[in-house]
Design a protein around this ligand. Structure first.
Ligand code: ATP
Ligand code: MG
Length: 331
C-alpha cells in the first residue's frame, strides 16, 4: 500500500452549508489528485439524532448529487453510502472493545448534540466516534480531511488504532487529520461564536450550497459584525474575521491579502463583495446539482458501484481484525 489513502465521511443532511463546502468538500475534490480517495455518505451516523426515516434516502441522494456537482468523479474516487458496506457496523462493535468509555464521555460533539436532543439521547450518539473510527480504520486510510470540529474525533480514532495494535498486534493504521489552514471553522453569520452547522444553527446565519443567489447575498449583508468600521481581524471582531476567512477561502488568498485589499472600505461594501464572491463560487455547483439530482437511478448506480469497491477493501481488514481478535471461526 504505497499510495496515500484518503477517507472522509459526510452526513446526508441534504442541505450542506458553506462551512461543509469550504472545510471539507473542497478538500475531497483535491484529494482525488493526491491519492486513492474514498468518500462516504454516513447514513448510519445520521440516525443517532432525531430524523425522519421516510426522508433519509432522499437526503442521501441530495448529498450524493452535491458531492458530484462539487467535482467528485466516481472514476477517480470511491463514493459510497455507509450502510451499503456492512463491515462498518461490524468493525464499530469490535473496536468498542478497545475504546475507553471515559474517552467517549469527553467528546465535545456528544456534549453539544446530546444537549440539543428533545426526545432521546441515544447510545448511538455516544458511540458515534467509534463508528467514525471504524469508517476510517476499515480502509487503513492514512489521511482524513475534515473541518476543525472533527479534530478530537480523529485523535480518538488514532488512540483506538493504537490500543488495538498494542493489544492484538500491528494491524490498523493510525490516520492523520487534514484540516485546512483557511476555512477550517466557518462561523454562523448570526452568531460568530458558534460554528456554522446543519443541526441547531439559525437559517439566517447559515449559507446553504443550494441557496438562491439572492438569499446568499441577503444572508451575507445581514451578517453580524461589530460597531467598528475596519475590515481586519482582531479582538471583538469575530464576525468580520469570519467574513474575511470566507472571502480568503473562496478566492484562494491569504486573509492578510483580503485585509490589505479592503483597507479603507466600509463594512457595507465589504459584505457586498463577500456576497458576490460566494454567489459566483457556488453557482456552478448549484447548476450541476439541478442536472444530476433528478436521476435517482443513476445516483443509486454510482453508490452501488462505490460500495462494491469499498467492500473489497473493508472486508479484507475485517477478516484480519476477526482473526486477530479470535472472533468467529479461524480463517
Ligand atoms: P452536524 O452539525 O449535524 O454535525 P455538520 O454541519 O457538522 O452537521 P457534517 O456532515 O457532520 O456537517 O460535516 C461534514 C464535514 O464538514 C466535516 O468534515 C466537518 O468537520 C466539516 N464542517 C462542518 N461544519 C463546518 C464549519 N462550520 N466550518 C468548516 N468545516 C465544517
Ligand atoms: Mg458534524
Amino acid at each position: 500500500m504505497a499510495e496515500l489513502r484518503i477517507f472522509s465521511g459526510i452526513q446526508p443532511t441534504g442541505r450542506k452549508h458553506l462551512g461543509n463546502y469550504i472545510g471539507a468538500i473542497r478538500q475531497y475534490v483535491e484529494g482525488q489528485d493526491r491519492g486513492e480517495a474514498i468518500y462516504c455518505i454516513v447514513d448510519l451516523h445520521a440516525i443517532t439524532v432525531d430524523y425522519e426515516p421516510a426522508e433519509l434516502r432522499e437526503r442521501v441522494h441530495d448529498t450524493t448529487a452535491i458531492l458530484l456537482a462539487a467535482g467528485l468523479d466516481p472514476d477517480r474516487c470511491i463514493l459510497m453510502r455507509q450502510a451499503d458496506v456492512r463491515e462498518h457496523a461490524e468493525l464499530c462493535w469490535l473496536l468498542a472493545a478497545v475504546t475507553a468509555h471515559g474517552d467517549l464521555n469527553r467528546m465535545h460533539q456528544f456534549k453539544e448534540k446530546s444537549a440539543r436532543q428533545r426526545q432521546l439521547v441515544s447510545a448511538g450518539l455516544f458511540m458515534y466516534p467509534v463508528l467514525q473510527a471504524a469508517d476510517v480504520l476499515a480502509y487503513k486510510a492514512n489521511e482524513v480531511p475534515v473541518g476543525e470540529d472533527q479534530r478530537q474525533h480523529v485523535e480518538l480514532m488514532r488512540e483506538i488504532a493504537r490500543r488495538f495494535n498494542e493489544r492484538f498486534g500491528e494491524t490498523l493504521v493510525e490516520p492523520e487529520h487534514r484540516i485546512p489552514g483557511v476555512g477550517a471553522r466557518i462561523m454562523d453569520l448570526q452568531d460568530p461564536s458558534s460554528k456554522m452547522t446543519t443541526t441547531g444553527g439559525s437559517e439566517a446565519g447559515t449559507v446553504y450550497v443550494l441557496d438562491e443567489p439572492d438569499a446568499i447575498r441577503r444572508k451575507l449583508r445581514s451578517a453580524v459584525t461589530d460597531s467598528g468600521s475596519e475590515v481586519r481581524r482582531g479582538e471583538g471582531k469575530e464576525g468580520i474575521a469570519n467574513l474575511i476567512e470566507v472571502l480568503s477561502a473562496v478566492r484562494g488568498l491569504d486573509p492578510a491579502e483580503i485585509e490589505a485589499e479592503f483597507e479603507g472600505s466600509g463594512y457595507g461594501d465589504f459584505k457586498t463583495a463577500v456576497g458576490d464572491a460566494v454567489v459566483d463560487y457556488l453557482a456552478p455547483v448549484r447548476g450541476r446539482y439541478a442536472e444530476l439530482r433528478p436521476d435517482e437511478a443513476a445516483l443509486e448506480e454510482t453508490l452501488a458501484a462505490g460500495a462494491e469497491r469499498a467492500r473489497s477493501i473493508a472486508s479484507a481488514t475485517l477478516a484480519e481484525v476477526r482473526e486477530r481478535m479470535g472472533v468467529g471461526p479461524r480463517a
